[in-house]
Design a protein around this ligand. Sequence first.
Ligand SMILES: C[S@@+](CC[C@H](N)C(=O)[O-])C[C@H]1O[C@@H](n2cnc3c(N)ncnc32)[C@H](O)[C@@H]1O
Length: 439
Amino acid sequence: MRCVGRRGDSDGAANLSSDRGSEFGQAIAAQLGAFGLDRIKWECEMTTAVDTMDTTSQYRHDLLVEMNDDEQSRQEFVRSLKLFLAHKVSLGNKKVYEERVRPQLQKQGRSESIPEINRLMKKQEYYQFWSSLQRCSQEMMWNSIQIPVERQLDQLIGKAKKAAENPRGSLALDPDLAIPKWQTRVDIHCMPGGYHTELCEDDVAAGAVYDRAVYIYAMGRMGPYNDDIGASAAKWLKERFPDFKPKRILDEGCTVGHSTLAWAEYYPGVEIHAIDVGAPVLRYAHARAEALGVKVHFHQMNAAELKFADGYFDVVSGSILMHETGTKVAPLVLSEAHRVLASGGVMLQAETPPYKDLKPYDAFMLDWDTRNNNEPFWHASHDIDAVKACVKAGFSEKKVFEVLAPSAFESKMSQRYTHVFQSGDFGGGGQWYVYGAWK
Ligand SMILES: C[S@@+](CC[C@H](N)C(=O)[O-])C[C@H]1O[C@@H](n2cnc3c(N)ncnc32)[C@H](O)[C@@H]1O
C-alpha cells in the first residue's frame, strides 16, 4: 500500500485502484465508491519524502527493540494503514460532512460546534467505518510492539542496566511517588498499562513500547529520533532569541526523553533535567540517553508538585504534556513552572493547536481522540485560553506568547512543503503550536 502523490495529482486517485487486489482494499473501495469518492482527488499535501520513511528508518540505538521479519512486516502494515486512513480514507469524512451533515445542521438551525457535529457525524456509516478502522489501527499498533518487547524484556532490562553502568547523567526514582489517578484509571491513548505499569523488577517495557510506537504513530514524521516536538520548540527559541543563553533546562513529561535530547542538541553544554511520573519510561529514558551519549538528569516527579528550588531553571518545557493533565492539574503545572523559573527565564508548552484557531470540521476531527482514544483531557486542553492560563499561573500578560514553531525535522527534509500543524494520525506536518511566557 504505497502512497505517493501531490496536491491535485491525479495519480493519487489512480493509486487507489492498485490497493483493490486485497480484500481490505476491496472493502475500502466499496465504501469510498458508495459515496462517490472512488475518484476523489488526493488533496492533502505530501511528497515522496514522507513515503520513504518506513518503519526501518528509525534510528537504531542500543535500546531499541529488535524485530523479526514477521514483527517488522506487522508494524509496517500498521504504519501503512495509518497513512492510508489519514491521507485517503479520512478525506471522505469531509465530503460526508459538507454534503450531508453541514446542510442538516443549517436546516436545523444548529451551530457547527463539536457536540453538534458529533451528534450527526456519528450516525453516518462512512464516519463509523473510518472511525472503527482508526481505533483498530491504534490497538494494532500497540499490539505489534508489545509482542517483540515482551519476547525480549529480559534482554532489554539487561541492556538498560549496561547502558547506565558509567553514566554521564543520572536517574532518581521515587518509589513513594503516588501515580496520579488520571493515569491509572484509563490506558492512555489505548497504550496497555499506560506509562507507569511495571511488569517486573527494573522494568523498561513501557518505555520500549512507547519509543517504537511514536515512530509508527507519527509515520516517521517526527524524525529518526522521534524528537520533532522538542526540537521545533528549541529551534524556534534559539533562532528567535539568539542572545538568550540558558544555563539550566527542565523538560516535563519527558516519557523516554525524545524531546529532552533535542533540547540538549540545540543548547549543548547546558544542564538538562527531565521529569515524568512513570518509572519504566524513565529507566528506559536514562538508558537511551546514555546509549546516545547525552547527559541528562532524570527524576520521577509530578510536574504539579516539583521538588526543585524557586528560580532554578532558565527554561521549563513540556512537549505534548498538557493534554494529558486535567483541568485541575494543568493550572498547577503552569504555576509550578512559573515558580521554578528564574527571572528572565521562559516556559514553553508544545501541543496541537487549540480549537479556537481551527475550522469547526477540523476541530471535530482533531477531537476524535477525546471520544475514541482514551484521552480524557484532550478536549479541555484544546479549549485552553493560553493567555488566561499563563496569567493565572503568575506570568505577566505582556510576556505570554502563542506561536507556530516550524517543524525542525521538516526544515531538515527540505522537500517537504506542508504548512499545517503536526498531529499524528490526522496527517499534517510543518508546524507545532507552542504557547508559553517569559518570567
Ligand atoms: C505524550 S507523553 C510526552 C511525550 C514527550 N514529552 C515527548 O516529547 O516525546 C506525556 C507524558 O507526560 C507524563 N505526565 C503526565 N502527567 C504528568 C505530571 N503531572 N507530571 C509529570 N509527568 C506527567 C506521562 O507520564 C507521559 O510520559
